[in-house]
Write a protein that binds this ligand. Sequence first.
Ligand code: NAD
Ligand code: UDP
Length: 322
Amino acid sequence: MRILVTGGAGFVGSHLIDRLMTDGHEVICLDNFYTGHKRNILRWLNHPRFELIHHDITDPIRLEVEQIYHMACPASPVHYQYDPIKTVKINVMGTLNMLGLAKRVHARFLLASTSEVYGDPTVHPQREDYRGNVNPIGIRSCYDEGKRIAETLTFDYHRQNSVDIRVARIFNTYGPRMLENDGRVVSNFVIQALQDIPLTVYGDGSQTRSFCYVSDLVEGLMRLMNRAYIGPVNLGNPDEYTILELATVVQKLVNPKVKIEFAPLPEDDPRRRRPDTTKALTWLSWQPTVPLQQGLKLTVEDFRERLLVSSPKNHLSSTPTP
Ligand code: NAD
Ligand code: UDP
C-alpha cells in the first residue's frame, strides 16, 4: 500500500514508519523538521519504497496515497507553547489540507488526536464519551482546542464528504527518539538522572499520568487504521502513576543517588489522567504489553547513547529549536 505519514520524522511518526517499511509498504514521509529530525528516518532515506518530502502541511500539497496517518504537530507542552499561533495553524490549516487530500484521492485518514481533548478531566478514568474540561484561553489551549477542532474537521469531512476516517486519542507516550529538550516528564527525568542533576518534580508530584511505550502505541494506531471502527478511541496505558512515583522509579533504575527537587506546577496542568481502554480492547483487541520498567530501560539506553555523542550543555534547554 502507498501510505503517507505526516510528521514522520518525529518521535511517534518515525517508529510508525519503521513498522510500515518493515511490513513492505511504500511510505511517504512529509515533514518540515519543526520538531522532527532526519536522523530518525536516516535508515530509510535511500530505500526504493521510501520518499521524504520537506513540506509544511499548512500549505496544500497534491499526492497519490491510499492511507494517511496524520501525525504532524508539536506534541510536548514546551514545543507547542513556543509558537502557539503556529500550533493552531498546524491543527486547523494543516488538518484541513490533509483532509482535503484524503477527500481528493479517496484515502483513509487517521488523525493523531490526544488525551488533551479531555483537558483537566472531572471524570476518571477518561472514556471517549466524556466531553472534557478544557480552558479555551489558557496556555495549553492552542494544542487542546487545536486538536478538538481537528477532530471536528475530521468528523465533518466524514459526514459531509464521506471521507473514510479514524481518530485516535493518544495518551502520554514515551520511548527512544524523544527529543532531549522537549521538556516532557520522561525525557527530563531520564536525562537528569543520567547527568546527576536533581529530578524536577512540578508541584507536589501528586498529579498523575499513564505512560505508554511507543511500540504499543504504533501497534494500536495500525490496528485502528486497518479495522472497521472509526473511533474516537483512546490509545494509552491504563497503569496510572503519580509524577513523584515516576521520579522514584527513574531514580531507582538509573541513578539511586540523584536528588528529587520540587518546582512550580505549570498553569492548567491536568491533575489526573488515565485512559479507559475498553473501546480499544473491544474493537481493536488492543492493550499495551510493555511494562513501565521495561520501556524505561529501552528509553534510558537510547538517551545514554545520545548523551555520549553530544555535549551535555545542549540538553534540557527550555526552548525548542524549530
Ligand atoms: P513530535 O514533535 O516528535 O513529532 C511531530 C512531527 O511533526 C515532527 O517531525 C515535526 O517536525 C512535524 N511537524 C510539525 N509541524 C509540521 C508542519 N507544519 N508541517 C510538517 N510537519 C510538521 O511529536 P510526537 O510525540 O511524535 O507526536 C506525534 C503526534 O501524536 C502529534 O500529532 C501529537 O499531537 C500526537 N500525540 C503524541 C503524544 C505523545 O505522548 N507523544 C500524546 C498525544 C498525542
Ligand atoms: N513534569 C514534571 N517535571 C518535569 C516535566 C514535567 O513534574 O520535568 C510534570 C508536568 O507538570 C505534568 C507531567 O509531568 O504534570 C507530565 O508532563 P508532560 O509535559 O510530559 O506531559 P503532559 O503534561 O502534556 O501530560
